[in-house]
Design a protein around this ligand. Structure first.
Ligand code: PMP
Length: 463
């Protein structure tokens, strides 16, 4: 077989991709007909495809390449670690320096008494850990029946059996027998789509109090934990009303429910603080982390665990019967540690707070004046715009949800910009290192794409 390289014609690469590579979250037969866009390299905020196009990556991959593409200093750390110790496990009374150093660094950065790290290979795996961990915690406490986890509709926590069950995505639940037992869902704090005539603040309280109602319905002695993303990402970058998280915190405290913050997207600077929990003013018992932990340079995730949960499980007198071959993988851990050091050395959080966010906010929020845009929201460097045929009423399109969003996404891709759509909401999460000049390119391409979408749907009678 000939060696398959970047230099092959795009069509040949697409054909091989279609023949042998089954894509995640994809209708593969449809993609095979169209052909995948082949990405060949990345530098800073730009990707290059096999046709030589330079694409501005407004999503940082899947919300993960926070330091941007192509950092030699991280590659060198990975190469060095592969030579020194490419792999060893941490199951059987052994440990290694990358796992130790990274855990110590994460404990230093995490707020409060979140001092303990259980590693995973991804966000989904880490949330599977969390399900088993909180149930184990209450079991050790003598309350094995306190095992229900409350999550939210339209939340996203991964696509394993556990992660997909915690998530509240109807499309995921519809395939493969999810959710697993004893996971229940309450409404999301999505004011724009569901808030009706209420103010955002009123609506935030109403949605938070669904948690209290659910706890009362089930009995607090049956509820182990509540899990939520500080800012919903895959659900459409839903920034909750200011009243929401304080009320959730009050309810968790009142009823003795563990609070799990899924920081897979919001962790490590995305919202302008180290963690989204700090931005939202909450104090979780457990945080889920992945993505920005390594800026996507290596697959790694984990759970950051508070003293109380850790000590209870650690002192149970028995093993915690859970783990993955690649827990704390030395190369991934070394890469993640270097990533965190760079975030500090290069003052990336200051850049987000004082340069990139203010500049992007000014330009992004101005998109709300576009005839197709109902609202523009941005927190740190994650944002969304709602596409609508009727600004005043926050109305949905008559076409099937996602039709216009998909068309806009396609215009963006044609204009060498990656913006993703969730239904008819466009979402962004650019690398944290993005500069004002790059933001100008971003907004110019986004505006052109919105204009073309608007003209296209008008011409096709979708408005
Ligand atoms: N939690 C959240 C909040 C996420 O956004 C994601 C991924 N988009 C996950 C969990 C799952 O992470 P992974 O894809 O690494 O399993």
């Amino acid at each position: 077989m000939t060696k398959i390289t970047n230099h092959m014609p795009t069509k040949e690469l697409q054909a091989l991709d279609a023949a042998h590579h089954m894509h995640p979250f994809t209708e593969d037969a449809a993609l095979a007909k169209k052909g995948a866009r082949i990405i060949t390299r990345g530098k800073g905020v730009y990707l290059t495809d096999s046709e030589g196009n330079e694409i501005l990556d407004g999503m940082a991959g899947l919300w993960c390449v926070n330091l941007g593409y192509g950092r030699k200093d991280i590659a060198e750390v990975a190469a060095r670690q592969m030579e020194e110790l490419c792999y060893y496990n941490t199951f059987f009374q052994t440990s290694h320096v990358p796992a130790i150093a990274l855990a110590a660094k994460i404990a230093e950065l995490a707020p409060g008494d979140l001092n303990h790290v259980f590693y995973a290979g991804s966000g989904s795996e880490a949330n599977d850990t969390n399900i088993r961990l909180v149930r184990r915690y209450w079991d050790v406490k003598g309350k094995p029946e306190k095992n229900i986890i409350i999550a939210r509709k339209n939340g996203y926590h991964g696509s394993t059996m556990g992660g997909g069950s915690l998530g509240g995505m109807a499309g995921i639940h519809a395939q493969g027998g999810l959710p697993i037992p004893n996971i229940v869902h309450i409404g999301q704090p999505h004011w724009y789509a569901e808030g009706g005539d209420m103010t955002p603040e009123e609506f935030g309280l109403v949605r938070a109090r669904e948690l209290e109602d659910k706890i009362n319905e089930l009995g607090a002695d049956r509820v182990a934990a509540f899990i939520g993303e500080p800012v919903q990402g895959a659900g459409g970058v839903i920034i909750p009303p200011s009243t929401y998280w304080p009320e959730i915190q009050r309810i968790c405290d009142k009823y003795g429910i563990l609070l799990i913050a899924d920081e897979v997207i919001t962790g490590f600077g995305r919202t302008g603080n180290w963690f989204g929990s700090e931005t939202m003013g909450i104090k979780p018992h457990i945080m889920t982390i992945a993505k920005g932990l390594s800026s996507g340079y290596a697959p790694i995730g984990g759970s950051i665990i508070c003293d109380e949960v850790y000590h209870t499980v650690a002192n149970s007198g028995d093993d915690f019967n859970h783990g993955y071959t690649y827990c704390g993988h030395p190369v991934a851990a070394a890469v993640a540690l270097r990533n965190l050091e760079i975030l500090e050395e290069e003052n990336i959080l200051d850049h987000v707070r004082n340069v990139a966010h203010p500049y992007l906010a000014e330009r992004w929020n101005a998109l709300a004046d576009h005839p197709l845009v109902g609202e523009a929201r941005l927190i740190g460097l994650m944002g969304s715009i709602a596409l609508t045929p009727d600004k005043a009423n926050r109305a949905a399109f008559a076409s099937e949800a996602g039709t216009v969003g998909y068309r806009c996404r396609e215009r963006c891709f044609a204009n060498n910009l990656v913006m993703r759509h969730v239904g008819d909401r466009m979402i962004i999460s650019p690398p944290l290192v993005i500069t004002p000049a790059e933001i100008d390119v971003f907004i110019a391409r986004a505006t052109k794409s919105l204009d073309e979408t608007y003209a296209g749907i008008k011409a096709d009678g979708l408005l």
